[in-house]
Design a protein around this ligand. Sequence first.
Ligand code: KG4
Ligand code: ZN
Length: 336
Amino acid sequence: MSSCLLALESSCDETAAAICTLDGRLIASRIASQIEIHRQYGGVVPEVASRNHILHVRPLVEQVLADANLTLKDITAFAATSGPGLVSSLLIGTSMAKALAVAENKPFIAVNHMEGHLLSPFMNENGPVRSCVALIVSGGHTMLVRVRDVGHYELLGRTRDDAAGEAFDKVAKMIGLPYPGGPEIDKLAHRGDPTAFAFPRSFLDGRSLEFSFSGLKTAVLYELPKLDLKSEQVLTNVCASVQAAIIEVLVEKLVLAAKQCGEKLVTVSGGVSCNRGLRAALTARCAKEGLQLLLAQPDLCTDNAGMIAFAAVQRFNIGHTSPLEADVDPNLSLVS
Ligand code: KG4
Ligand code: ZN
């Protein structure tokens, strides 16, 4: 068995553990989802999330070790997400990983959650990490990043207001769909007409790589009183039209960023990259533009510890470890 790293993810409402070999192969990954618990509140309740992380984190460590047929002695380094995220949630995973590192006298690696998403398209057969233009679309972030190599990132643009996932979730809530709204809209959209409503596409000025989704939310809000959402056709048409508006902006800005950078490889990651309409539109558009597209595997799009383990391995292999005093940072930035 080659050397392995164990990583924990607890930045929001998923507790997760994973083991990755130091050559980047994911050999065990488990997630204890809290979605059902938070659904009754319509969103994540931080206090409830952290209590559930406490309950799940230790069994998850034991489960991934059993899955990989390893013991703690076989682990070369321990990693955890240290930000961005909910502070009370981040503390559970990092405290556990640090405790394991101390007990086993092994290094600890603090991982930026966004770097986990950013590098996830390079997992499995898609490595090694190399120069690309990356789009990250999650619940809290929407950003375009120029990647030169591991740790060498430049921000090309981000959202000025809501993230793409937040736009999906907020619109879904307005039209009465359960949390999290993105997957619900995805499910309904493919039965609707994406041209039924002309919701706004905010491109800002033509060359801007920044995003803005708050206008879309407002447009849906104004449309609401006129809508009979009990009608299956109306509901699916709204979902299809909202999804089309979000997708068009994401696809066009990614292509624009690749052109501006003269880059032929583009990657897409984060929870929203699960969206089937987005994946289809990206695949078609990139083929037309002669761009190579790497999409994060669907089970690695939403929060998971596999991507954190993979990012930690990339860092560890170039000599990065973190001091045990390293604190969590709810606003940790990907680019300095
Ligand atoms: O990356 P992620 O799991 O967590 C953050 O780091 O934020 O992303 C969660 C976001 C949520 O807003 C959720 O609604 C969205 O990803 N999402 C989707 C889909 N699956 C998850 N959005 C659109 N279509 C989906 N299939
Ligand atoms: Zn995430």
